[in-house]
Design a protein around this ligand. Structure first.
Ligand code: ATP
Length: 301
């Protein structure tokens, strides 16, 4: 769906995108992550055909977006950060109006259901909440029945419940076989939705992978955290656990060494001695931790 080779973009002397490669497969939800100023918008706008590149090859739906025609445009749906509807039209009228611009639009009622706005069909667009307006934005991007959708930070400013509801909308797009190129600053959004994630920092791709194995995350050791009863000093722990445990914010943390063996030793000891291990948890680095490390590394380079 998208193929990018050695893409570059300079603004005067400043190179914002420094030779990036990307491949996005049909039916994939592809998340594009990166800190402010990393080059995401620049890249996305080049893919959408709204910005000229300085170098490299870009193919989107088999065409160079820089030379794309109307037929190509109809195959691409774009959800921008700001809304763009007539406030006095109803939700249904808005979708009907936009449907008229496309050669093969989706049925309006079906689109209303898909974005969870069927119950708001006769309300004025200007009276929708922020989250509902974003749904209508997605509806407008979908009404032309595009194969590929660009979603730019679709849930910025949403409350947590609205964000989760919106994820259902995006998951519906996956069920329809649409390809989605998603820009987001929310790691849990990428974790929940994306098949693959690319991280860009200072104009370079620093990692590409599934959310679960990005940056070697799948191979990383687990971390064990627990608390001992207040009256029990760490010296009472089994020797191997005691030697490996590090105190952090009132908790004991096992991170280095054979964590599985240490956990076995710890829980065996606790059961035998009848010791409560408050707050015992085993975690792997979150996508956010991996992301911050990737972006930090690039920052130092
Ligand atoms: P954010 O997360 O803040 O939206 P971004 O990753 O989308 O950031 P871009 O908007 O692509 O970042 O900007 C990348 C760099 O290019 C920034 O340093 C920015 O200042 C610069 N830049 C972007 N557009 C222009 C422009 N039209 N003229 C000059 N410099 C620009």
């Amino acid at each position: 769906m998208i193929s990018v080779n050695g893409l570059r973009k300079s603004y005067g002397d400043f190179e914002a995108v420094r030779g990036i490669d990307l491949e996005v497969e049909p039916g994939e939800i592809f998340a594009f992550l990166g800190p402010n100023g990393a080059g995401k918008t620049t890249t996305v706008e080049i893919l959408e055909g709204y910005r000229e590149r300085s170098g490299g090859e870009v193919t989107v739906l088999g065409q160079d977006p820089g030379a794309a025609d109307r037929a190509w445009r109809a195959r691409v749906g774009i959800v921008l950060q700001e809304c763009r509807m007539e406030p006095v039209l109803t939700v249904r009228e808005t979708l009907e109006l936009w449907a008229g611009y496309y050669p093969n639009p989706r049925p309006v009622d079906e689109t209303l259901k898909l974005v969870g706005l069927a119950h708001k069909a006769d309300d004025r667009a200007g009276h929708l909440s922020g989250g509902q307006q974003r749904r209508l934005d997605v509806g407008l991007a979908l009404i032309g029945d595009p194969e590929l959708l660009f979603l730019d930070e679709p849930t910025t400013g949403f409350d947590p419940a609205a964000r989760r509801q919106f994820w259902d909308v995006i998951a519906n797009l996956r069920d329809l076989g649409k390809t989605v190129f998603l820009t987001t600053h929310y790691m849990e959004e990428a974790q929940a939705l994306a098949d693959r994630v690319a991280v860009i920092a200072k104009g370079r791709i620093v990692a590409v992978g599934t959310p679960d194995d990005l940056g070697g995350r799948a191979e990383e050791e687990a971390t064990v955290r627990f608390r001992l009863p207040a009256d029990m000093p760490p010296a009472e722990l089994p020797a191997d656990v005691g030697a490996a445990a590090v105190e952090q914010n009132g908790q004991l943390v096992l991170r280095d060494g054979d964590v599985v063996r240490l956990l076995n030793s710890l829980t065996g000891w606790a059961l035998e001695r009848g010791v409560e291990l408050d707050g015992l948890e085993v975690t792997r680095p979150t996508l956010e931790e991996v992301y911050l490390r990737l972006v930090g590394e690039e920052g130092r380079a």
